[in-house]
Structures are given as C-alpha cells and as structure tokens.
Design a protein. Structure first.
Ligand code: SAH
Ligand code: AVI
Length: 316
C-alpha cells in the first residue's frame, strides 16, 4: 500500500480561508471539514438515525450488487474520489476484483486508516492512495500495462452534492476525460425528498452535525493560529427549496471579531459563514447534468423509498 501527497495543505488552507472570510457573504470551503477529527465526526454522522444517505446507499448497493458488477466489469483500475473510510467500497472490491484500487481523498488520516484496514481484509488488493483535492487535475499513478486497463471511477456518498451544479458538471467532464471511451463511472446522488426528512438529517438531535460544522473553526484555530470563540458561533442548516440544496452555516451569536494570523474579520450579530451546500437532485436533473458532461446514465439503482440513487454512467 502506498500513499502519494498531491498538494501543499497548510498554504492552500490559509489562502482559501482568508479569501472566503473576505467576501460579503463569508464562506469556507467544505473540503476543510475533514481533518482527523472531522473525518471521525463524519463517520459518526453516518451512523446517526436521522442521516439516511449512508444506510440507503449501502442497502441499494448490497441489493443490486450483481447488476452493478455487470455494469462496472471486473479487473478494472478502480479510482475512488472522496473515499473516506472506504466502507461501501468493500462491497465493490469483492465483486469487481479490480486490478488496482486508487482512493483519492483530501484527508491523509482517513486515507491511511482505510488503507490499513483494507490491506488486512483484502490481502490480494493493490492499493495506491492519493492525498489531494479531486477538483484539481491530479497526477494519478501510472501502472504497468495501463494502456490496456479500463478505468472505473467510483464517487459515492453524494459528495457530488457538495459541489454546485456548475462545479459538478466541470468535475464530471474532467472525469469523462479520465475514463476515456472504454471506462465508466458510478456516482451516488442524494435525491429530492420531503424537506422534513432533509432537515432532520442535517439537524440531528445529538448535535453531531453541529460539532462537525463547528470543527471547521476549531481547525482554523489549531492549524492557522486563529482565535475564533467557539462558544459564540452556532450551527444552522436549512433546506433552500429554490436552489434544491441544504445549506449549512455558522451563525455569529454576537458582534465580534476573529483573527486568522494577521487578518482580522468582523462579524455582526446574526451574520453567517456559509460552510456547505448539499445539493439534492431529481433523477432527471442528474441525468441531464451527466449528459452535458458527456456521460449517458445507462443504469440508475435506487433504494425502496427512492431517497438515494446510484448512477451507472457510460461515455456517450
Ligand atoms: N465516500 C465516503 C465518504 C464521504 S465524506 C462515503 O460515501 O461515506 C466526503 C469525503 O470526501 C471525505 O472523506 C473528504 O475527506 C473527501 N473530500 C471532500 N472534498 C474533497 C476534495 N475536494 N478532494 C478530495 N477529497 C475530498
Ligand atoms: C459528504 N457529504 C455528502 C455530506 C452531505 O450530506 O452533504 C457531508 C455532511 N454534511 C453534513 N452532514 C453530512
């Protein structure tokens, strides 16, 4: 098992935080949720009663595994974006027996612990992780006889929902270029549904999602020498029906200032930092988005309640 580092984490983090907090609507990029603490909190979110996406996607993957494997094919080069704990991937690894597995994640801690567990469970598997940002063109490892191997990109968890539709289309186009005419993509997409179900999933009773959101400020304090007062920011998540997305914010409970290094930022009472979008699609909306990026939705697998979909995308 090998892990390559493909970015300079602290410099990029500092620059993006300062740029985001300098805008009229302050924002922070959600990819920075996932330090070691954030990745652990996300794993706790996945086990919450209210957070349906993980259970739905696991259930539908188990239920349709035979068909998914027929669509995806055996012996491919399996590239997974935002692999995290690689939990759902275990089902695919067993069914697809890929020639090599390339997990790509911004969190080196998550990549490392997943790779160790996978090595124990699948001693035959060749894993070559890449710690980096999947929105940037990455140098993926080149394997011997790569010219003959087929590329399959797996992007589960509805992490694609954390991109705006424009970013998602650009990301899909880039992936289309990566897999070429012989490859394919499997992408998990959270579907539009009753807003109460969505609201509960992002406002869990135990406050784990709130802790996940606030950890972003704690991380800025730890890694960038920030002085955010965590007692004076609260978690706020709501469904923006017009834009079809959950928005997560951190709300300032006072008029206050906070510094990041030598930069100072002022907050009004009630002012928010927009930390995440989680876009929800209808099957038709996502089909159209994929088509604009050069992918045909050849298969769509869903759970019984149609909460979540796994799209099997093939090049047009
Ligand atoms: N695939 C897992 C984890 C989803 S959580 C699942 O389905 O449960 C989202 C994952 O994507 C996290 O592990 C996070 O570290 C990673 N991630 C988020 N933004 C990223 C980016 N821009 N580049 C690379 N990885 C990213
Ligand atoms: C990783 N991503 C798909 C999660 C989501 O549902 O948008 C992140 C998350 N944010 C709050 N809870 C979970």
């Amino acid at each position: 098992m090998r892990i390559d580092a493909a970015y300079a984490p602290v410099d990029a983090f500092r620059e993006e935080v300062i740029a985001g907090l300098s805008q009229p609507q302050k924002t922070l990029p959600p990819k920075y949720f996932y330090d070691a603490d954030g990745s652990r909190l996300f794993e706790r979110i996945c086990r919450l009663r209210e957070y349906y996406p993980t259970r739905c996607e696991l259930a539908l993957t188990r239920r349709h595994l035979g068909e998914i494997a027929r669509f995806a094919g055996r012996g491919a080069e399996l590239i997974e974006y935002g692999s995290g704990a690689s939990t759902k991937t275990r089902l695919l690894l067993e069914a697809l027996r890929p020639r090599v597995y390339v997990p790509v994640d911004i969190s080196p801690a998550a990549l490392h612990s997943a790779a160790v567990r996978l090595a124990r469970r699948f001693p035959w598997l060749r894993t070559h992780g890449v710690a980096g940002d999947f929105m940037q063109p990455l140098t993926l490892p080149v394997f011997r006889s790569a010219s003959r191997s087929r590329r399959l990109v797996y992007f589960p968890g509805s992490t694609i929902g954390n991109l705006t539709p424009e970013e998602a289309q650009a990301f899909l186009s880039m992936t289309r270029g990566l897999v070429g005419q012989r490859g394919a993509m499997l992408v998990g997409v959270d579907l539009k549904k009753d807003a109460n179900v969505l609201h509960a999933a992002y406002n869990d009773a135990q406050g784990v999602t709130a802790a996940f959101n606030r950890n972003l400020l704690a991380r800025i304090n730890r890694e960038l020498g920030g002085d955010f007062d965590l007692r004076r920011f609260i978690h706020y998540a709501f469904y923006n029906a017009a834009l079809g997305r959950i928005e997560m914010h951190l709300v300032s409970l006072a008029r206050q200032t906070a510094s990041v290094g030598r930069h100072r930022f002022g907050f009004d009472l009630g002012e928010t930092i927009h930390t995440e979008n989680s876009c929800k699609y209808s099957v038709e909306e996502f089909r159209t988005l994929a088509l604009a990026a050069g992918f045909r939705a050849e298969r769509v697998w869903m759970d019984g309640r149609r909460y979540f979909a796994l799209f099997g995308l093939a090049p047009t």
